[in-house]
Design a protein around this ligand. Structure first.
Ligand code: PMP
Length: 395
């Protein structure tokens, strides 16, 4: 007799457990902050993308509350069917000014922005070039389009140039993370823009982890590299990380934004963000531009953490961003250290394949402007003692 649906699914899940790849959720019982309550335990969190500590900022909370009072909770409709509120519109204008682009368009999530943008820009006969380590939403966007997709070597502009030179006919869309979400390193955007200019490539950058954090005013990697809309025509950012709220945007020319409004299915066929979230994001944008001390503090915590880990003789990656992976390589050890850290009151992502390449399991530590130096030092000590204990236990 053939297996039932549930039996087939159970078999697949059992295999995932056996492969040590089974993922579990934990129950967050507090606001996202440097100190959180998880599964009934108080922990210092080194795993959030709320890099600037804006998710719990009183002024951001207050604007959200006022937004709900004015606009209700849900937006009630998609942008094109009377769900586009004046708060969305004002935020789009402010994001355009912030990024130095003629226009910006809000999407309900970053995943949807990437999927919809790539699909809207390329079709059969076109080509998409992706960094091998791009975020899943960018890779999925390429796969969901009808274009031919290629993955070039991580950060390797020569490999990209070689592939572009060999490609004839069709549009050429070059897609990269700005800050790579699992490694914390950054794309060589200036060189990539030059190669795109040479071979008529359209450059798209997902700066989900750069906005708010990099650049003098928090304008991300594009600001840091001083790339204008001609050199970097498709700039995507998310609002759920450095901005501390929710959603995403794509900034670029009038023609780009108009094209996305007309053709991006993930823009057209989905409910608009709650207007109150747009209102709250307008305040967080103001704060992140003004309060450069948040970026400065973050950088000094990054340096402190890197020094501490280097002093332990552990392997770091080539990252100067708040994403600081500690390479442990062994999947089981990585998982155990993650669990041991949680027992000691520290939350750190234990990232294993298939999220990262085989043999590169890592603790993904993310730092936040709300952390103290003492918390960072305590985490370094806890990583050290966890590894020592596990070694003694024979792992
Ligand atoms: N791009 C990158 C690089 C990301 O890290 C993420 C979120 N992990 C996304 C896109 C998706 O953004 P969102 O969470 O808003 O869907």
């Amino acid at each position: 007799m053939s297996l039932s649906m549930d039996q087939q699914l159970q078999k697949r899940l059992a295999q995932r457990r056996a492969d040590n790849l089974y993922r579990q959720r934990h129950l967050l019982q507090s606001a996202q902050n440097s100190i959180v309550q998880v599964d009934g335990k108080t922990c210092v969190a080194f795993c959030s993308n709320d890099y600037l500590g804006l998710a719990s900022h009183p002024a951001v909370i207050d604007s959200l509350r006022r937004g709900v009072e004015t606009y209700g909770v849900g937006s009630g409709a998609s942008h094109l069917i009377y769900g586009h509120s004046q708060e969305h519109h004002a935020l789009e204008e402010e994001l355009a000014a912030f990024t130095g682009r003629p226009r910006a368009l809000l999407f309900s999530t970053g995943y949807m922005a990437n999927l919809g943008t790539i699909r809207a820009l390329v079709d059969k006969g076109d080509h998409v070039f992706e960094d091998r380590l791009n975020h899943a939403s960018l890779l999925d966007g390429g796969l969901a389009s009808n274009a031919r997709c290629q993955r070039y070597k991580h950060l390797d502009v020569s490999d990209l140039a070689r592939r572009l030179a060999k490609t004839e006919g069709g549009r050429k869309l070059v897609v990269t993370d700005g800050v790579f979400s699992m490694d914390g390193d950054v794309a060589p955007l200036v060189e990539m823009a030059a190669v795109c200019r040479q071979y008529d490539g359209w450059l798209m950058v997902d700066d989900a982890h750069g906005f708010g954090v990099l650049g003098e005013n928090g304008g991300g990697l594009a600001e840091q590299c001083q790339l204008d809309v001609e050199e970097l025509p498709i700039l995507m950012g998310t609002l759920g990380k450095g901005f501390g709220t929710f959603g995403a945007f794509v900034a670029g020319s009038e023609a780009l934004v108009d094209t996305l409004i007309q053709y991006a299915r993930t823009y057209i066929y989905t409910t608009a963000l709650p207007p109150s979230v747009a209102a709250a994001t307008r305040i967080s944008l103001k704060i992140l531009r003004r309060e450069s001390w948040r970026r400065e503090k973050l950088q000094s915590l990054v340096s402190r953490f890197r020094q501490g880990i280097a002093d332990l003789g552990l392997e770091l990656m080539d990252s100067s961003t708040p994403i600081q992976p500690v390479l442990l390589k062994n999947d089981a050890l990585c998982q155990k250290v993650g669990e041991r850290l949680r027992e000691k009151g520290f939350l750190v992502g234990a990232i294993r394949p298939p999220t990262v390449p085989v043999g590169s399991a890592r603790l993904r530590v993310t730092l936040c402007a709300e952390h103290t130096e003492e918390q960072v030092d305590a985490l370094v000590d806890a990583i050290d003692s966890s590894l020592t204990e596990l070694q003694k236990e024979g792992l």
